[in-house]
Design a binder for this molecule. Structure first.
Ligand code: PA5
Length: 424
């Protein structure tokens, strides 16, 4: 479940005044008549995902888990962020799971690539290379290193058994390599774009390799699908959140800061930034999605939020139940003066920090706060949250009359880079 609270948002328009528009956009989304309708395969995915492939994901993931200590996931953007967000949120940041997940193919940093190759040198390694186009330069560059590394370490035959490719069903260079080398492959559906693809093999395979129950993710997805069947803004919090974003923008707030109080949600925020930034930031429209982790960033960005230019609103992404709680210990000497917290739950301390900060930012700072609360950081909650944000993202873009599913702007840097690199 994910609940929206708008009590602290200073909304100057009535959310319900958007109901007619929301109904029309909901119809367009469900009937595939809206902008970008070639890429709405994710809408019905909770019902019609390929069950056979889903079972194969579990089988291959179990085989990989049996033979490797490290799985290197090679991809970028939508072919990277969702899996990492899920794995860090659900397993935590210092997971003791037997397979360590490492991410590559998401940078040209030679320092980083070299560090990863050195780190995995003496470990049992498997690779999942992910690219829908099959030609993304960051991913292709890293994968060439990985392929040679694997072939040198294991010999050609065994290397091919340890590499799994997730790509288009027919097109692209990666598909051609995978066919030639006879890698195990999973398919990225044609009608689901990168930033919506964590619920396909793109996300599900690495998530399963990390030992996470992907059935639970699909359960969460389906629950969200059912909860969002009705566009009624008094019931549909994803659409209500989408409307709030537009209302706040009308009030001059052009920056949305997604705030979490759980360190292991940092990559969820990175995933969310891509989802909203790449979907909405076009035609010189859209809110800039940014993020912070509290209370950590209260010791850095907190000053700006409290007293800086009033350009932003905060969306708190709160978690009811922590992964683990601790009781703060008593100390007879009390040299640090902290005994006033002895016997208290640390999660309670975190929640009090949240309450105090909300009051400071809202009342004293005049910063609007939307609050989204999820139950916990389980696999099911992850699935629910993904679908909630997908629907919210599509709706908020349609309210701006924008196609949420393309990303024409990302080609510009590539063109310049290819010219400088001498690519034909
Ligand atoms: O959302 C998107 O479409 C992008 O972020 C892509 O996922 C990213 O560029 C990677 O593309 P590909 O999967 O083709 O390598």
């Amino acid at each position: 479940m994910m609940k929206l609270d708008t009590k602290h948002a200073f909304l100057k328009e009535d959310i319900l005044s958007y109901q007619d528009k929301v109904n029309a956009h909901h119809e367009a989304l469900m009937n595939k008549t809206g902008k970008g309708n070639d890429f709405v395969g994710w809408v019905e995915w909770p019902n019609n995902y390929d069950k056979e492939e889903f079972e194969r994901i579990k089988t291959v993931a179990a085989e990989i888990r049996n033979k490797c200590e490290v799985c290197v996931v090679c991809g970028i953007g939508g072919s990277y962020l969702g899996a990492r967000a899920a794995i860090e949120m659900i397993n935590g940041l210092y997971s003791k799971d037997k397979v360590e997940m490492i991410f590559l193919g998401n940078t040209f940093s030679s320092s980083y690539i070299a560090q990863v190759l050195d780190y995995i040198k003496d470990k049992e390694v498997c690779v999942n290379v992910i690219s829908k186009s099959g030609t993304t330069t960051e991913t292709s560059l890293a994968f060439r290193f990985l392929k040679q590394f694997m072939e040198e370490k294991y010999g050609k035959e065994e290397a091919c058994k340890r590499i799994v490719a997730t790509t288009d069903k027919a097109r692209g260079t990666l598909k051609a390599i995978a066919d030639k080398e006879e890698y195990e492959t999973f398919v990225i559906p044609d009608d689901i774009g990168g930033r919506f693809s964590v619920i396909t093999p793109v996300g599900l395979f690495p998530i399963a390799v990390a030992g996470i129950d992907i059935d639970a993710i699909m359960n969460g997805l389906k629950k969200a699908y059912d909860d969002m069947a009705d566009p009624d803004l008094t019931k549909n919090d994803a659409y209500a959140y989408a409307v709030c974003r537009r209302i706040l923008e009308n009030q001059g707030k052009n920056v949305e800061m997604l705030v979490s109080y759980e360190t292991q949600m940092t990559m969820v925020a990175e995933w969310w930034k891509q989802l909203f930034g790449e979907s909405e930031g076009k035609e010189e429209k859209g809110n800039l999605p940014t993020s912070a982790n509290f209370s950590t960033d209260l010791h850095s960005l907190g000053q700006f939020i409290q007293e800086g230019k009033k350009v932003l609103y905060e969306t708190l992404l709160l978690v009811d139940k922590p992964m683990k709680d601790l009781t703060f210990p008593s100390d007879p000497e009390n040299a640090d003066g902290m005994n006033y917290l002895a016997g208290k739950s640390v999660d309670w301390v975190n929640k009090m920090a949240c309450q105090g900060t909300l009051e400071a930012h809202e009342v004293t700072g005049g910063v609007p706060n939307l609050i989204l609360t999820m139950d916990d950081m389980s696999a099911e909650s992850f699935g629910y949250m993904c679908y909630f944000f997908f629907r919210a993202c599509a709706m908020t873009c349609y309210l701006l009359d924008i196609n949420p599913f393309n990303q024409p702007g990302v080609e510009v840097y590539k063109k310049n880079m290819f010219r400088l690199l001498g690519k034909n």
